[in-house]
Design a protein around this ligand. Structure first.
Ligand code: ADP
Ligand code: MG
Length: 797
């Protein structure tokens, strides 16, 4: 027998550890050479050993160390995904972004010298074939697959990539798969046809204590963690003297200057979305000598079928907007005239190759960032945060960081997802800067001051699950047939009370049946990008063909206050200059009442309808500000409601293609018939928020005998309230808020029997049933009849 090679040589020649089974791969020399430079390749043996001996393994390594491209190949070479081997199931790799799923599948196929072995699946688009061994997919795809086959029997290993981002999907997948791994282990002990499943969690940052020491999540103890040595060259930070609002313009100026003054090396610019990127690309192409006119800068059409949404799909969000530049000059920050004097080298005159990189860009154009750059040319990539950890662009030496990103935000009331521009965390800023030091020392130009960074940037990005509406998370788990959400092994668990309340609400809405299992309606509701309550309203609106008005109502209800309350009229007369000629006292009240009359056109028993009427009329108004002044509406709030309406239509049309025309921006006020439907629809979403006139309740408490004003008529809530601020009590005495349309009912006697409310809030103290108690208001309100309620209740299990 031959002498064994010394270990260093074994590593450098890539002699693989002795294994029971392995698959031979013949890679080209170029591929082999570039693989050898990746730090993760040195850890192959350690990683595979850990995987052989454990069900769950965590791999941490800096961005660019080779995790995404190499770990799936390690698995493949060890026989995972090989139909003839002992572990024939697919290797599944999840990605939070479509761009990464597609480009990484392609890259791995090339490295394996076999395109068909590595494929991707994103929603409605896939190139998976029978011989595929490695499947890259978005995390949403895998969640859907779990709901169809809980044991994930197609797979032998699942790699959860980018776990440091802590998206809701990633967290849910890690929790689910920790259970599936156990299940497969147990099944394999009695049934030789069932093989065990491996889960590899990969992260660009070191996973910390609370994540690892979680016995609910990892009942077999903390999983082994393999860390690869990142090769990171020093990166010099340059902060701006002051933080400018128009960071795109700021980026433009710095790039142009930097391109002239900085020695050769690629530039990577972090912006927030595709419109911004295309705008800046156009400006830069005009200002810099270029290699070739590439790209048109035109907006790439959004492929509706590829939902779920990603942050750069929607550019509907207004930029940080109108505000002032922040004058936060930090004396320590560098003199901006000198910031590009980084080197004594004389700088040759270079051409520029400007490439955009964002989710909606066609794959072919995305992959251009990996191509070899022509001679005497500087690569300038304008990217969203896909370039932060998902995609490593070669040759970058200079990073320009706007410090912002588009983040998912949820409207507290409706659960509507919007993407808003906000500051990134310090951890993200450090990741971005790190992109400049991959192959040699680099520079990072931060388009914000060090004072801003210290004061306004959070340390870490919070797990997304902590600011997602909890009913949506519960509905998603239930859709995967997970009944016991309270015992679900969340990596970071939401509060137990909130989970319980969410389940109760979902039952009221008919999304769950008596056993707590998801109903067909519940599955429908999970398709809408709003919280389940509003999803139900939209779903019913759809059935009744009144989707546009219902959408307008949801948008209007989501904005806290559209109408100026009468009580505030006198105070705001001057500051907001309601009308051109100052109205005084009586005239003003008259005008106010007239406006209220117009807005409550056919119906004076629903605040929701008044909101819809106002929004519809606003859509047609020639001058929005004048209209708002005449109608006593807050013009900023109306603008917001209209923005939400358009955004909601857009999102619905992306999620349910063909269902609505997102460009329908002018609505006729609802007809009498539509009003009846709207009321019924609204009630269906608030079936758990019904109040009954207390003198008509089965056991009326002692109440003031004859209330004279509508706002003194006591009502009782029929169900525990979900409104948070008020304690959960079965029967709560509540009153009509003075700003409600119902407060203007002529006689207290004719007050409706049943009301549906959106919120309840604590008001000032009043004497109720002989004792001093805070008066609790309901608001906004809609009167419904007993017949309507009974009809609704029958439709709910
Ligand atoms: P990690 O997942 O640890 O961030 P990756 O596996 O994504 O690292 O990247 C490893 C290396 O492979 C990087 O240097 C990157 O530039 C390179 N790479 C990735 N995709 C491609 C591609 N399509 N073409 C050329 N190089 C690529
Ligand atoms: Mg990666």
């Amino acid at each position: 027998e031959e002498d064994p090679l010394p270990t260093e040589l074994q590593v450098s020649l890539q002699i693989r550890p002795r294994q029971v089974y392995s698959v031979q791969v013949n890679r080209s020399d170029t591929v082999q050479e570039s693989r050898m430079k990746l730090p993760i390749v040195a850890e192959e043996q350690k990683i595979m050993e850990a995987i052989h001996n454990n069900s769950v393994v965590i791999v941490c390594g800096a961005t660019g160390s080779g995790k995404t491209t190499q770990v799936p190949q390690f698995l493949y070479e060890a026989g995972y995904g090989d139909s003839k081997g002992p572990t024939p199931g697919l290797i599944g790799v999840t990605q939070p972004r479509r761009v990464a799923a597609v480009t990484m599948a392609k890259r791995v196929g090339e490295e394996l010298e076999s395109r068909s072995k590595s494929a991707y699946q994103i929603r409605f688009d896939s190139n998976v074939e029978p011989q595929t061994a490695i499947k890259f997919m978005t995390d949403g795809i895998l969640i859907r697959e779990i709901s169809q086959d809980f044991a994930l029997s197609k797979y032998s290993a699942i790699v959860i990539d980018e776990a440091h981002e802590r998206s809701v999907n990633t967290d849910i997948l890690i929790g689910m798969i920790s259970r599936i791994v156990d299940l497969r282990d147990k099944l394999s002990q009695t049934n030789p046809d069932v093989k065990s499943l491996k889960m590899i969690i990969m992260s660009a940052t070191l996973m910390t204590g609370s994540f690892l020491d979680n016995p609910k999540l990892f009942p077999q103890g903390t999983p082994p963690l393999v860390q690869s040595e990142g090769r990171q060259y020093p990166v010099t930070m340059h902060f701006s003297r002051r933080t400018r609002q128009d960071y795109v313009q700021e980026a433009f100026q710095k790039i142009v200057k930097g391109h002239r003054k900085l020695p050769p090396g690629g530039m990577l610019v972090f912006l927030t979305g595709q419109n911004e990127i295309n705008d800046l690309a156009k400006k830069l192409r005009g200002a810099l000598a270029q290699v070739s006119a590439f790209g048109t800068g035109a907006r790439v059409r959004i492929n509706a079928r590829e939902a779920p949404l990603e942050s750069d799909d929607l550019d509907l969000v207004e930029t940080l907007a109108q505000g002032q530049d922040v004058s936060d000059e930090s004396s320590g920050d560098e003199d901006e005239d000198k910031e590009f004097d980084v080197n004594e080298e004389s700088v040759p005159s270079l051409k520029a190759l400007i490439l955009p990189l964002y989710s909606q860009l066609p794959t072919k154009e995305q992959l251009r960032v990996f191509e070899t750059v022509p001679e005497n040319t500087r690569l300038i990539v304008l990217a969203t945060n896909v370039a932060e950890t998902s995609i490593t662009i070669p040759g970058i030496r200079y990073v320009f960081d706007s410090g912002r990103s588009k983040e998912r935000k949820y409207n507290n009331v409706t659960g509507i997802q919007t993407f808003e521009i906000g500051w990134i965390s310090k951890a993200s800023a450090i990741q971005r800067a790190g992109r400049a030091g991959r192959t040699e020392p680099g520079h990072c130009y931060r388009l914000y001051s060090s004072a801003m960074y210290e004061r306004d940037f959070a340390e870490h990005t919070e797990p997304e699950i902590l600011h997602t509406p909890i009913e949506s998370v519960v509905l998603q788990l239930k859709s995967m047939d997970l009944h016991n959400t309270i015992n679900f092994p969340f990596p970071t668990a939401p509060e137990r009370d909130n989970l319980e309340r969410a389940e109760k609400l979902l039952s009221y809405l008919g999304a769950l049946d008596r056993n707590g299992s998801v109903t067909a309606l519940g599955r429908d509701l999970s398709m809408y990008p709003v919280s389940p309550r509003f999803a139900k309203i939209l779903a019913i609106g759809h059935q009744h063909d009144s989707i546009y008005h219902v959408t307008a109502m949801v948008a209007a209800l989501a904005v806290p206050e559209l109408f100026i309350p009468q009580a505030r009229l006198n105070q705001i007369g001057q500051e907001e200059s309601l009308q051109e000629e100052d109205l005084a006292g009586e005239t003003q009240t008259k005008a106010y009442n007239k406006a209220q009359g117009i807005l409550s056109a056919h119906d004076s028993t629903s605040d929701g309808l008044k909101l819809v009427t106002a929004l519809c009329a606003y859509m047609w108004a020639k001058d929005h500000d004048v209209f708002c002044a005449q109608m006593f509406l807050y013009s900023k709030a109306m603008k917001e409601a209209q923005r939400l309406y358009t955004q909601l239509l857009n999102i619905i049309s992306l999620n349910l293609p063909g269902s609505v025309d997102p460009h329908k921006i002018k609505l006729q006020p609802p007809t009498k018939l539509q009003i009846a439907t709207l009321k019924q629809t609204l009630a269906a979403g608030f079936l758990d928020q019904v109040a009954i006139r207390s003198d008509l309740a089965p056991t009326p408490p002692s109440m003031p005998r004859k209330p004279s004003r509508p706002t003194d008529v006591p009502y009782l809530t029929l169900f525990p309230t979900h409104a948070g601020r008020v304690e959960d009590v079965l029967e709560q005495v509540v009153f009509i808020h003075p700003s409600s349309i119902l407060a203007h009912t002529k006689s207290a006697k004719t007050m409706p029997q049943y009301l549906i409310y959106s919120h309840i809030q604590r008001g000032t103290t009043a004497t109720i049933a002989g004792s001093k108690l805070p008066k609790i208001w309901m608001h906004p309100l809609t009167a419904v009849t007993g017949v309507q309620l009974a009809a609704l209740a029958r439709n709910t299990p």
